[in-house]
Design a binder for this molecule. Structure first.
Ligand code: GDP
Ligand code: ZN
Length: 299
């Protein structure tokens, strides 16, 4: 047995090497091929300097600065969607994030930041009305740290998560409070990796002082919409649970304008607001557009 043979977790990725935290708590650097496919969050066995990856429970994909969808982290169980009164994220943005999280094995939760700003109470009421009991909800302010205790306690249950949200909603500010040694000021050198934020570091996994883990994905602006079968979108869409449960005339109903559609009936009776259907249709259009661009599968 090699002196570095061990079971471990990838906690950092430097392009040509990864940092593997082993059971003893130390982090060893292991060289990898440039397109090894290993990402932060992967559980691996180290054998003679080679990595063997264990199966993943979930995968986080993000859009990079060139607009390409890339896998950046794995084995997360929660995804925090950060929202603020300014800049205000479109309703569909939030729904896309929820759908993607659910479809790729993560439990989404909402963080309404900038509670100190005017307009946050109205936004809170709107979000609670729309997502109700479907998602765990946190109201925080990263400028005065208010509301952070329940969020810290949530991670302390043992969750591993990441944050997504429009630029400027306060993701970095929240991460800095949850994990002070992350120190997310653009252009600074990360003390644990010794690398600047604009180097090849793709993602880093941090253990939070209060418990739980947070994955930071610098340089990634947005996340990719999961590749979902359009006929399954309704099952992931927040608020359509009862409709999907009830069922439509056609088993593979897309809930556009098909006869006997339970969604149409719910919108007509007022159980589901028109705006919810509009958000759903926008994501459905996006999925179908994406599907049309894929090479046809030969089955
Ligand atoms: P990110 O792009 O999502 O990472 O957002 P940042 O953390 O960089 O924050 C964007 C801007 O919002 C900065 O100017 C922060 O100072 C400000 N900001 C962050 N959190 C709050 C907050 O709770 N309240 C207010 N008023 N401003 C905040
Ligand atoms: Zn239908």
């Amino acid at each position: 047995m090699h002196e570095h043979d061990a079971e471990g977790l990838i906690v950092a990725h430097y392009g040509i090497a990864v940092g593997v935290r082993t059971e003893t708590g130390e982090t060893v650097k292991v060289r990898v091929r440039r397109r090894s496919g290993h990402v932060v969050g992967d559980r691996v066995s180290v054998r003679d300097g080679d990595l063997k990856r264990h199966p993943r429970n979930s995968e986080l994909r993000r859009l990079d600065n060139r607009g390409e969808i890339r896998l950046v982290a794995s084995n997360l169980d929660v995804l925090g969607i950060v929202i603020a009164p300014v800049p205000l994220s479109p309703e569909t943005f939030i729904d896309r994030a929820i759908v993607t999280a659910r479809a790729t094995g993560m439990q989404p939760f909402l963080v309404l930041n900038k509670a100190d700003l005017a307009g946050s109470a109205e936004l809170e009421a709107e979000l609670r009305g729309r997502y109700g009991d479907l998602l765990t909800f946190f109201l925080v302010s990263a400028v005065d740290s208010s509301g952070m205790t329940p969020l810290v306690a949530f991670f302390a249950e043992g969750h591993r998560g990441a944050f997504v949200g429009t630029t400027g909603v306060g993701k970095s500010s929240i991460m800095n409070i949850l994990c002070p040694d992350i120190d997310l000021a653009v252009g600074e050198i990360n003390e644990t990796t010794g690398l600047g934020r604009h180097t090849t570091t793709v993602a880093t996994l941090h253990s939070l002082p209060g418990g739980g883990e947070l994955i930071d994905t610098p340089g990634f602006r947005d996340f990719g919409l999961a590749e979902i079968d359009p006929a399954e979108l309704g099952a992931w869409f927040p608020g359509f649970e009862a409709v999907v449960e009830e069922g439509c005339r056609f088993r593979n109903c897309l809930h556009r304008a098909e006869p006997g559609c339970a969604l149409t009936a719910a919108v007509q009776s007022g159980t589901i607001p028109v705006s919810r259907r509009e958000s759903y249709i926008r994501i459905l259009d996006e999925l179908e557009e994406h599907q049309a661009r894929l090479p046809r599968r030969k089955d």
